[in-house]
Structure formats: structure tokens, C-alpha cells
Unconditional design. Structure first.
Lengths: 206, 248
């Protein structure tokens, strides 16, 4: 244990995902030794990210304005919506250059072991969008929902839940990314080729 | 000195570690509960990761590390995961089963977890098989796991004075069925069908359990959940999220 602010910093860093106690210590001492200007810059971007970034009112993606750039882009097809777990998955799908529709970011996956049930995700907002009562309802009816949750247990369970919820929506087709994405992986690690193929070969679920 | 060992187990939980690794918690047949690192499994190119997903029954080889063991090989014995997640109610019941098993067995105190392991494999196999109501499978597992832990509710005798039953009242705080003399305030009167279902689930009398009607199943689930939560130090996170759909 170190004293005062140094230990506080190590503790805070250690709470970040992927940072173990050893790495937290290494980062803390790196910051201690760094130029004051470098630390100030880090401090400023941290502050900006909490104050300046908001969530898109339509899809829940991170955004600098009320609507993210995909929801604000009139060239993108508003009738087809790709449902993902996290904002970083939007970037993964974008990298494929295969998809020209809109997104819906759930904010996670259904994970009872982590205490995450349907009410903790942006599922109600998805239903409002499909029912024509969301903030972008003037743009036309949604005809297809592509479920692009992670190919792991929580992602599959989330897909199962969404399919059951959406299957009776009139005039809506629900598809799931095709296989090629092995179970157990994170969508963000899929290479563009694999993810592109999975997107092109998505299968209808209802 | 690190040593190699091999065991079979059910994956209880996976947590992300660093960029692409995972910490996998398994309840094994011989070594009890273990936590081990699986390296590189979150990369979608790793076909290995799919085997180390919750509910799966696997054969693993590990070596003992300084803080955590490391998994070096893994073969699937039963891919229960895909059968469980294909139905949301089954998935939520399955999560409550995994969390209960995780909480009942401590990492240090192995030796006596074989019974929980066998109950767990049986329950997850039944869930993946999709032949029986998920809620009944869950309640049977919870009752038998509590019985193993030494605090199953008393069902026939009075939990306080051991007067032979059947009795009418049930008290979670009192330990189960209670006679009219011992009956503490706050006891409930569940009805004889509920006592019969509790007994059937605890003893694996499936014809009786399968024949129970929806209100009886619901009352029984409520008592089992209340009894479990009363004995757990911390509340189970998954139990309130279990979707109870009774199919008569
Ligand atoms: Zn948006
Ligand atoms: Zn008594």
C-alpha cells in the first residue's frame, strides 16, 4: 500500500476494465513521472468526454450532438436497423462498409448473472422506434431489424429475447448475423472480412 | 512449482481479462471450484473460446499458476450452452442455477462439492434438453442444493419441535413447515398441493412435479426463492430476473 493520493490513483486505475493491480501501479508511476503538460491534457480529455459527449436520442450511440452522424445522415436507409450491444460495435460494423442502414445501441447484453435484465437495456426505446413513436418516426417505417449482438452466451440470449419480442411485429423481418462468427468471441475482434460475410449472409428469424 | 492437472467441469462464469483473455470459473468433479485464465479466447478466430462459455460441460487441462491457474486445453463433453440460450426463460433459470452453485461452493473448501457438481450437471442437462418446465428444474436444483448445504426447508415435520406433520403453516425464518403451536408470526398457509410439490422436487418425484398446476408451481417457486434468499448472505442477482412461464 502506498500513501494518500498515489494509492487513490492506483485504486481508481485498477477499477478500469482490463487493468490489473500491477498495471494500475505501472500507470500511476508513469503519470507521476510524466510532464505536467501531458497530465493536464489527459485530465482535459477525460473531463470533455464526460461533459461533451452525449448519447444519440434515436439510437443510443455516443454522439456530439442530439443525433449521431448515422442517424443524421439522410443518405442512410432508415428502414433497416442493425441492433448492437455497444457503441464500439457500431464502429466494427462500419468498418465492413457493407451496411448502409441505421443502428440501435442496446447498451449491453442480457446478463442475469451481472444483474442485467431487459429493463436495464435500451429495449423499450427500440420498441418505440419500431412502433413509430421514437424521435425519428417521421423518417418512415422500419422493415428489417438485424440482430448483431456478440456471438457469445449473453449475446445469443439477447438475440433469443429480441426475436421473441419482435416476431409478431406486423411487416417486420428480423435477421441475425450469419455464422462464420464463432461462438465465444467479441464482435469488436471480428476481422472485416468475416463480419462483412456474416452481415451479407444474415439469416431470417421471423 | 506449477503442476498440470486435468478435470471435468461446468462453466459457471466468464469474466473479461485484459484485451482478449478471460477468467473462467468452473465447478469441477474433483478439484471443486476453480478460477483459471483462458488466453486469447475473445478473438473471434479462436474456436477455443466457444467451449468455455457458461453452461458448457468441458474436460480441461490446466497448470497451477501463482495467482490463477491457466487453461492449456479444453474439450467439450456436452455443449449445453446452445440449448439453454435458445429459450430466454430457460436461460434466466440457468443463470440462477449457475449463480447458486457458484455461491454454495467456496474456492478453498473443496472436497465436499461433488454432490453440487452432480446436481449441477443434471440440472443443466435437463434445461438444455427442453423436456421439462425450466421453473421446476430450477426449484428442484435449489431445494437439493440447499439440502446439501444443510438448510433445506422442513416439509413434513415441524421445523421447530419436530412434531410429525403434515402441518398447514410454512415459515421461511422458522425453517419450513411449522406446527400450530410453534408457528411464528408472518407464517404463510401454502396449501397441501404446495407441500406435495416441495416434497416431490426435493426427492426427484417427477411424475408428481410435472402434474402440478400453475398456481401451485408459482407458490412453490415463491417459497423456494424466499427460503434461499433468507439463507444467503448476499442476495442472488439473477433470481429476481428469472422469467417464470408456467406451462401446465
Ligand atoms: Zn443515432
Ligand atoms: Zn412445532
Amino acid at each position: 500500500m502506498f500513501e494518500g493520493p498515489v494509492q487513490d490513483l492506483i485504486d481508481e486505475l485498477g477499477r478500469l476494465p482490463g487493468v490489473g493491480p500491477k498495471s494500475a501501479q505501472r500507470i500511476a508511476f508513469h503519470l507521476l513521472a510524466a510532464d505536467a503538460a501531458d497530465v493536464t491534457r489527459l485530465q482535459e480529455v477525460l473531463q470533455k468526454v464526460k461533459e461533451g459527449v452525449q448519447f444519440c436520442e434515436v439510437c443510443g450511440n455516443v454522439s456530439e450532438r442530439e443525433r449521431c452522424r448515422y442517424c443524421a445522415d439522410a443518405r442512410r436507409d432508415p428502414t433497416i436497423v442493425c441492433v448492437v450491444e455497444e457503441p464500439r460495435d457500431v464502429l466494427a460494423v462500419e468498418r465492413t462498409r457493407e451496411f448502409k442502414g441505421r443502428y440501435h445501441v442496446l447498451g449491453g447484453a442480457l446478463d442475469p448473472l451481472g444483474g442485467i435484465g431487459p429493463d436495464a437495456l435500451r429495449i423499450r426505446e427500440l420498441l418505440a422506434r419500431l412502433g413509430g413513436t421514437g424521435p425519428a418516426s417521421d423518417e418512415g417505417d422500419i422493415g428489417e431489424v438485424i440482430i448483431a449482438t456478440d456471438p457469445n452466451t449473453e449475446g445469443e440470449a439477447t438475440a433469443t429475447y429480441l426475436v421473441r419480442l419482435l416476431k409478431d411485429f406486423p411487416g417486420l423481418s428480423v435477421t441475425r448475423l450469419a455464422s462464420g462468427l464463432p461462438m465465444g468471441g467479441d464482435l469488436e475482434f471480428a476481422d472485416e472480412m468475416t463480419l462483412g460475410r456474416a452481415l451479407a449472409g444474415r439469416r431470417a428469424l421471423s | 512449482m506449477s503442476t498440470l492437472y486435468r478435470d471435468t467441469g461446468v462453466v459457471l462464469r466468464v469474466q473479461k481479462l485484459g484485451e482478449a483473455d478471460r477468467i473462467v470459473t468452473l465447478l469441477t468433479r474433483r478439484c471443486g471450484k476453480i478460477r483459471a485464465v483462458a488466453k486469447g479466447v475473445r478473438r473471434t478466430r479462436s474456436r477455443w473460446g466457444a467451449r468455455l462459455e457458461p453452461f458448457n460441460h468441458v474436460d480441461v487441462q490446466c497448470y497451477t499458476g501463482r495467482s490463477l491457474d491457466v487453461i492449456t486445453q479444453c474439450q467439450t463433453l456436452d455443449a449445453f450452452g446452445s440449448g439453454v440460450v435458445s429459450d430466454y426463460a430457460r436461460y434466466t433459470a440457468g443463470c440462477a442455477i449457475l449463480e447458486t452453485a457458484d455461491r454454495l461452493v467456496s474456492e478453498e473448501g473443496h472436497g465436499d462439492s461433488l454432490r453440487v457438481y452432480l446436481l449441477l450437471v443434471g440440472a443443466v442437462r435437463a434445461l438444455a434438453g427442453r423436456e421439462r418446465d425450466a421453473s421446476l428444474i430450477l426449484d428442484a436444483f435449489l431445494l437439493r442444493a440447499m439440502s446439501h448445504a444443510g438448510w433445506a426447508p422442513s416439509i413434513t415435520e415441524c421445523a421447530k419441535c419436530a412434531a410429525p406433520g403434515p402441518h398447514r403453516a410454512f415459515s421461511v425464518q422458522g425453517g419450513g413447515a411449522v406446527c400450530d403451536v410453534c408457528r411464528p408470526p408472518g407464517s404463510v398457509l401454502p396449501g397441501p398441493e404446495t407441500f406435495a410439490l416441495l416434497d416431490a422436487l426435493l426427492h426427484g418425484d417427477w411424475p408428481v412435479a410435472d402434474a402440478a398446476d400453475a398456481p401451485t408451481r408459482r407458490d412453490t417457486s415463491g417459497l423456494v426463492a424466499a427460503h434461499l434468499q433468507w439463507h444467503m448472505e448476499r442476495q442472488l442477482r439473477s433470481l429476481p430476473l428469472v422469467e417464470r412461464v408456467s406451462r401446465p
